[in-house]
Design a protein around this ligand. Structure first.
Ligand SMILES: Cc1cc2nc3c(=O)[nH]c(=O)nc-3n(C[C@H](O)[C@H](O)[C@H](O)COP(=O)(O)OP(=O)(O)OC[C@H]3O[C@@H](n4cnc5c(N)ncnc54)[C@H](O)[C@@H]3O)c2cc1C
Length: 292
């Protein structure tokens, strides 16, 4: 039986080679970014021996670049680095507030957006925020590079779209144009360090008249995967994002949700809460967009 091993490739090709070689030989290799999910899982859920592939020594995974049209956030960039980047916070306040919700300051010093996404928890806080922001996954594998919208990346509870030998290099986000802004809200039963009962990410574009010309709404923790809610977006487009439009968007989120009952809340409660969060996040995104 193969034992534990740790490798820290310095290039994308090297990382792909290690992952592909293990897959080809039927051996387990697993990427580590911050390790804030992985190490907890290895101590409790799955203690099986494996090769840990640390992607943080690869230059591109550590890159955070705000370009003229888009922003790239490498899969090794921790949430604390996002919080400390004032330019990023000004461009994507909703995305950064989602990252700010993960664990504690200590956890945010390790945790990454990529790890949150690859872990594929229904309640991963940054996933609806990235979906609302039209994020795109940059994936490297034995066949080269490919890209996939964040909304297509999570395919089930704890399952993502990565194939054997592939890993997430980073995430691309179109920079918001004039009158465009995002927001993310979640609800937890206590003040911090808990898993979302529900979450909602909204990105809106307003024209000079204050009319909504584009909207993206994504919700989390209320279905097996975070989901886009086009009906909620449609309820906002063409409106001034007033109380009536926000109520309609909230109702669409409650309708789209297919939650479970657990110790954090019942099906009925989660449906209700996700609507309220959509309404509030929509109002925040509207106010932010109006100021741009
Ligand atoms: C105390 C505590 C509080 C937390 N609070 C929250 C919270 O409030 N909200 C929340 O959403 N999460 C929370 N988490 C979970 C966790 O911190 C986040 O999901 C975090 O973003 C994971 O990122 P990471 O870099 O640490 O991932 P890792 O643990 O390194 O990896 C997570 C999974 O993704 C895979 N992976 C990571 N990076 C890649 C990559 N680039 N390519 C392919 N696969 C990859 C790993 O193999 C592993 O399966 C909490 C965790 C702890 C311990």
């Amino acid at each position: 039986m193969a034992g534990f091993a740790y490798v820290a490739p310095s290039s994308i090709d090297e990382a792909v080679a290690v992952l592909a070689e293990h897959a080809g030989q039927g051996l387990k290799a697993q990427v580590i970014a911050g390790g804030t999910d992985l190490l907890v899982q290895m101590r409790s859920l799955n203690k099986a021996a494996r090769t840990i592939v640390d992607i943080k020594k690869i230059g591109e995974t550590g890159r955070l670049e705000i370009g003229a049209d888009e922003t790239f956030i490498g899969a090794g960039v921790c949430c604390a680095a996002l919080h400390e980047n004032e330019e990023l916070k000004a461009l994507f306040p909703g995305l950064v507030e989602a990252a700010d919700l993960i664990g504690s300051t200590q956890i945010q010093g390790r945790a990454t957006l990529g790890g949150n996404l690859c872990n594929a928890s229904p309640a991963g806080d940054t996933i609806p925020a990235m979906m609302a922001d039209a994020g795109v996954c940059v994936i490297a594998g034995p066949g080269g590079r490919r890209e996939l919208p964040v909304e297509d990346f999570v395919v089930g509870v704890g399952r993502n779209a990565l194939q054997d030998g592939e890993f997430l290099v980073g995430l691309r986000f179109p920079n918001p144009g004039a009158g465009t802004a995002d927001a993310y809200l979640r609800f937890i039963p206590r003040t911090e360090m808990d898993i979302a009962v529900a979450g909602a990410g909204v990105r809106l574009t307003l024209d000079s008249d204050g009319t909504c010309t584009d909207a993206r709404v994504a919700i989390g923790a209320v279905a097996p995967t975070p989901i886009m809610v086009p009906a909620a977006a449609n309820a906002l487009v063409g409106s001034k994002v007033d109380a009536g439009a926000l109520d309609a968007a909230a109702a669409a989120c409650s309708e789209a949700a297919s939650p479970i009952t657990d110790k954090r809340g019942t099906v009925e409660y989660r449906r209700r809460v996700v609507g309220v969060l959509c309404k509030r996040a929509g109002a925040i995104a509207r106010d932010r967009a109006g100021g741009r």
